[in-house]
Design a protein around this ligand. Structure first.
Ligand SMILES: *Cc1c(COP(=O)(O)O)cnc(C)c1O
Length: 390
């Protein structure tokens, strides 16, 4: 059961995931209740005026939301966390919390595409300027900061092309200038990369992916250090942000098995990545756990593991070859999102503005699920046969 914070910090990550927030369960149950609440009543006028009770109004939090958010904050190693209705809502709420009209944002060029869209439309309309930067810039980020730069946003590894960022170098440049560092930590699920131990101020996750872990709920999380928390919490509340209790329950349930799931995703994805690297159809495998990947040495330095998502660049081939491969896969389904138990593949074209993507061949992003890797490799093998025949 949950103990005091000082005790818990001695526990290993897998134990903490299983035991976090358990004090929110009542009556001997292992799991907390799913509280659906709008109205929360007060016993008397004095309590109503003084707000002197733990729960005030559905949107302001319930034992269900607190159980989930406390567990997320513990997983990430942050001060406190809030849940949003999607990963993108978590990103937009975090950015809006720390940026005002006239401010400048440094945004990684490999950011999740809908987040780029948010910057180029909503933030632009609010008079907030975005400069995109090379994910491998490291300490060179200091050459891009301006007096009005308020946020450096990182995503590591980068969406689709998997570049690993030197977060410590970016934090070192940002911190003396009073710039808030926000990280999209979805790939590591907060389990294999500890954002706060590496000096980030805010860690955002699409909990939709590995925390939920079963492809059935959409959810985002924003975890903050103690310094960033009050400002974020105010913005979150002022924007009326909240997440549904059933979705938070599902994510907390998913988190209990995060360690064991991620270990299997890691092992299987590395096995499939190694196999792909040996294939004549493949130009490059973009998996930070492989020695030739951009940022591999930083991944080794900073990460405790790898999840199940990576990409490959194929040698140049006609589009109908790729379609013949992907249209007839038996186990790999085509779909966005990822982080569930199932394997997925999607073709993609990298969108870059600060850097350029020079690879000539088509790119595929794979999510390796919990199936047996021999079956997955056989499925890909048959796909390459179709590609060659087309
Ligand atoms: C999917 C994803 C998001 C957005 O999450 P949603 O829950 O789909 O809104 C954000 N960042 C990354 C890295 C993602 O993969």
């Amino acid at each position: 059961m949950a103990k005091g914070k000082s005790d818990r910090s001695k526990l290993h990550p897998a134990t903490r995931i299983v035991t976090a927030s358990r004090s929110y369960a009542e009556h001997g149950m292992v799991n907390p209740a799913v509280y659906r609440a709008s109205t929360i009543t007060f016993p008397d006028v004095e309590t109503l005026h003084n707000r002197n009770q733990p729960y005030l109004y559905g949107r302001r939090g319930t034992p269900t939301s607190q159980a989930f958010e406390t567990a997320v904050a513990e997983l990430e190693g942050g001060h406190n966390a809030k849940a949003c209705p999607s990963g993108l809502a978590a990103i937009s709420t975090a950015l809006l919390a720390f940026l005002r009209a006239g401010d400048h944002l440094l945004m990684v060029d490999t950011v999740y595409q809908p987040a780029r869209q948010f910057c180029d439309t909503i933030l632009k309309g609010l008079g907030i300027e975005t400069t995109y930067y090379d994910p491998l810039i490291g300490k060179g980020i200091s050459g891009l900061t301006r007096p009005n730069t308020r946020v450096v946003y990182c995503e590591s590894p980068g969406s689709q092309t998997m570049e690993v960022q030197d977060i410590a170098a970016i934090v070192d440049a940002a911190r003396p200038a009073g710039i808030t560092v926000i990280l999209d930590n979805t790939w590591s699920a907060g389990h294999y990369f500890k954002a706060f131990a590496h000096g980030c101020d805010v860690s955002v996750q699409a909990a939709t992916k590995y925390l939920v872990g079963h492809s059935d709920a959409m959810l985002g999380t924003v975890t903050c250090n103690a310094e960033a928390w009050p400002r974020f919490k105010d913005a979150y509340e002022n924007m009326g942000m909240f997440a549904g209790p059933d979705d938070m329950y599902l994510a907390l349930r998913g988190m209990r098995t995060l360690d064991v799931r991620l270990e299997r995703h890691m092992k299987s994805a590395l096995a499939v990545a190694e196999w792909l690297r040996s294939r004549p159809e493949v130009e490059t495998v973009l998996h930070p756990g492989l020695s030739n990947a951009p940022g591999h040495s930083i991944w080794r330095r900073d990460f405790a593991g790898a999840s199940g998502l990576f990409s490959v660049v194929l040698k140049p081939v006609a589009e109908k070859g790729v379609a013949a491969m992907l249209d007839n896969m038996e186990l790999f389904a085509m779909g966005y999102s990822w982080g569930g138990f199932e394997s997925l593949v999607v073709p993609f074209k990298p969108h870059r503005t600060a850097t350029s993507w020079t690879a000539k061949g088509p790119c595929l992003r794979l999510h390796i699920g919990l199936e047996d890797t021999q079956d997955l490799i056989a499925d890909l093998d048959a796909g390459f046969d179709r590609l060659a025949a087309a």
